[in-house]
Design a protein around this ligand. Structure first.
Ligand SMILES: Nc1ncnc2c1ncn2[C@@H]1O[C@H](COP(=O)(O)OP(=O)(O)OP(=O)(O)O)[C@@H](O)[C@H]1O
Length: 688
């Protein structure tokens, strides 16, 4: 089903507006309804800080360092567990003297300084002020706090891209773009390329690639407009992309490589670097992995010869910045600010020139999808755009990068979770598309990957089928249910057990069975809804956790199982507990004190990760067969495909089996194939 590009773009714009409104209202209501202290507890703020040093950071940005207020902190350290991370968009503002309750975010923004967190250390957090807020830094005094804001910049770039597509005339639509909207059919590629003249005889950089990986690479090289690489869990998707990039380079192609997150892009940079190919990573150095910073454009701008001239200006700016504190007269200060402004302008101009030389001369450019919309890449053309984790990106985000391409290769797994959408359940639902626009997809949750598969069918896709993570028995159900039974466990992993870990582990029931199901059926392990909490706790928790669920008795079973594993010798670092419910994570939190190395996470947050042993706490247990979140099979798929050697599922089979046909089949599979255990609630109370 083809789609008109302007109507697609229009529909996306309305969806994005609704999503941005939902996100902003959530952040604003949190920031204005709760005290700074409550927000800090919820991981959205840091309070009781004072302004320390001010310096010039990367890109000429003004960076303020904030440290704990000595009046309230004896250690000089930030609270042990706070939720502020590098890369967060935050607002720095003064703490009201009386701790005024009701705050308007707009009001705070007027007085405060917006910026990006560039460094989080034990005793300080550094924020790079936004360009237009640089002068406001001098106005900050006394005690301040920072609160995380919704990231508007992300939307700006998507909107800019969609507006461009909305105005695109037919003559501006390349064949590539027309294929992606079904207005032209993709050029045909022979089904079997292994004996093809050109693509059958590839000189592999890594000859140990498996057949499905080689086949995917041949297909991605041969396709003219679009290729999807479908990588189920643990099948070496990134490994395959690295070889693909090297092969494309050999063919003289210029490539833009993107992913939705910094970590997805850095992962590729780290693995390309040993091949000594010239690469440039676009992005705020503070957000990059330390091992990747050497390839960062900002750093190259400073270390390359062309960068030296940029550095002269920077030194001058630092000297000026330092002289401000020694200046008493307001007039002199104002004069210095004026000069600083001029210098900043000059710095940026010189830097731009240097950047465009570096990027223009580079064959492989890597950036987040969002970063690919920055000034550094604007106007650049690429032969191919490669998008990793494309099934976890909003389609509009993908187009930020795709507009500079002639061909695209998207890697991902549409059977794992798509990006989180806030407007799905909010009041600010997008307008229904008008007649004739309905074909543009249902909403933001439809990713480019989904849409292209629906549009062109499986002929534009190749699936990787050997998985290098899970024991054969752990892989069986997801493979049969979701991947057409095609997954094969690699020899090295297919019968690995916990007792075979490369350190001393006792061989016993806990360490010799890859699949355990602790079935709590019978109603003795009931779930609890957030709203049953006492009222004061409820207002904060439910607005921060939503309509979440927990299950204390199930948490006790988790504790017992962890204890048994650790007593058998399994290191806590090799164990993770995942659950779909944030409220259950809060109940499980004390485990972290008992076993500091253990990882506790939400299923959604654990996507892309793996552990030797994974315990999944399903939480839901009620007489109505209500399963909420568990009804999403992509979430269950993520949960059950994280472990390498041991998967333990804890849940009420009676409740869960009523949730969906998929859940019913899973429960039946576990009953037949797992080591089944029925906990006794009376002994549990004694043990826990
Ligand atoms: N052909 C291969 N032979 C042996 N090991 C492989 C092969 N391909 C991938 N692997 C291994 O499989 C593991 C997963 O690969 P990789 O990290 O590339 O996957 P990913 O794409 O990042 O993850 P996922 O497949 O879960 O999306 C790695 O340890 C990698 O070394």
């Amino acid at each position: 089903m083809s789609v008109s590009i302007p109507s697609f773009a229009r529909h996306q714009l309305s969806l994005l507006a609704a999503e941005q409104a939902a996100e902003a209202s959530e952040a604003a209501s949190q920031a204005s309804q709760h005290s700074p202290t409550a927000l800090q507890r919820a991981g959205a703020a840091l309070t009781n800080l004072v302004v320390g040093a001010v310096r010039t950071g990367f890109g000429g940005r003004t960076v303020v360092e904030l440290t704990p207020d000595p009046a309230t902190s004896t250690t000089g350290e930030l609270p042990a567990e706070h939720g502020i991370r590098t890369g967060d968009v935050v607002l720095v503002s003064e703490l009201a003297a009386g701790g005024a309750k009701k705050r308007e975010v707009k009001e705070m923004e007027k007085k405060g300084v917006r910026g990006v967190v560039v460094r989080v250390a034990r005793g300080a957090v550094s924020v790079a002020a936004d360009e237009e807020k640089e002068d406001a830094v001098a106005g900050l005094g006394g005690r301040v706090w920072i609160v995380r804001l919704a990231d508007e910049v992300t939307y700006k770039r998507m909107k800019f891209t969609m507006e461009k597509m909305e105005k695109m005339s037919e003559s501006e639509q390349s064949i590539f773009i027309r294929v992606l909207f079904g207005l032209s059919t993709p050029s045909t590629v022979p089904a079997d390329l292994s004996s093809d003249e050109e693509f059958g005889k590839i000189d592999w950089v890594d000859p140990t690639l498996n057949e499905s990986q080689k086949d995917a690479i041949r297909f991605a090289l041969a396709s003219k407009e679009i290729a999807l690489i479908h990588g189920p869990p643990g099948t070496g998707k990134t490994h395959t992309l690295i070889e693909l990039i090297l092969q494309m380079l050999k063919r003289g192609l210029r490539i833009l490589v993107c992913g939705p997150s910094n970590i997805s892009v850095d992962n590729i940079v780290e693995r390309l670097a040993p091949h000594k190919v010239p690469i440039i990573r676009i992005g705020h150095p503070a957000r990059l992995l330390p091992s990747v910073v050497n390839h960062s454009l900002d750093v190259l701008t400073q270390t390359s010869e062309a960068g030296a001239i940029v550095q002269d200006v920077r030194a001058e700016m630092d000297a000026k910045q330092a002289s401000i504190s020694k200046t008493k007269s307001g007039r002199e200060r104002r004069a210095i600010y004026g000069e600083l402004k001029e210098l900043r302008k000059e710095y940026r101009e010189r830097e731009r020139k240097c950047v465009s030389n570096l990027v223009g001369g580079s064959k492989v450019v890597l950036a987040t999808l969002h970063g690919s919309g920055g000034y550094q890449v604007r106007g650049e053309q690429f032969d191919v755009v490669i998008i990793d984790e494309a099934s976890q990106a909003l389609e509009a985000q993908c187009w930020v990068a795709l507009l500079s391409a002639k061909k695209a290769v998207c890697a991902g797994d549409h059977l794992q979770l798509p990006p989180t959408i806030k407007s799905l359940n909010s009041k600010s639902k997008p307008k229904k598309p008008k007649d004739g626009e309905a074909a543009t997809g249902t909403g933001l949750e439809t990713t480019l990957f989904d849409r292209l598969l629906a549009l062109h069918g499986p002929s534009i896709k190749r699936m990787l089928t050997t998985q290098y993570r899970m024991h054969e028995k752990i892989m069986r159900f997801p493979s049969d249910e979701l991947y057409e039974g095609k997954l094969v466990a690699a020899e090295a992993v297919k019968d690995r057990l916990l007792r075979d870990l490369p350190y001393e582990v006792e061989a016993n029931d806990e360490t010799s069975e890859p699949l355990v199901f602790i079935d709590t059926q019978g109603g003795d392990f009931p779930e609890k809804a957030e709203e049953e909490d006492e009222p004061t706790k409820k207002s904060i928790r439910s607005s921060l956790f939503g309509d979440s669920k927990s299950n204390e008795m199930e948490a006790a079973l988790v504790r017992l199982h962890v204890k048994a594993l650790v007593e058998s010798g399994v290191k806590p670092e090799d164990i993770a507990v995942v659950t779909p419910y944030n409220a259950q994570l809060a109940v499980l939190a004390p485990l972290k004190e008992a076993y500091p190395g253990i990882e506790l996470g939400s299923v959604d947050g654990f996507q892309g990760r793996e552990k030797e042993a994974v315990i999944v706490s399903l939480v839901r247990s009620n007489s109505d067969g209500e399963v909420g979140f568990l009804g999403e099979k992509r979430r269950l798929n993520v949960a059950m495909t994280r472990p390498k050697r041991s998967l333990t599922v804890i849940g009420d089979s009676e409740t869960v089996r009523r949730g969906s046909p998929f859940l019913k089949r899973w429960m039946e599979f576990l009953e037949e194939n797992a080591d089944l255990r029925y906990p006794d609630v009376s002994t549990l109370a004694l043990d826990a």
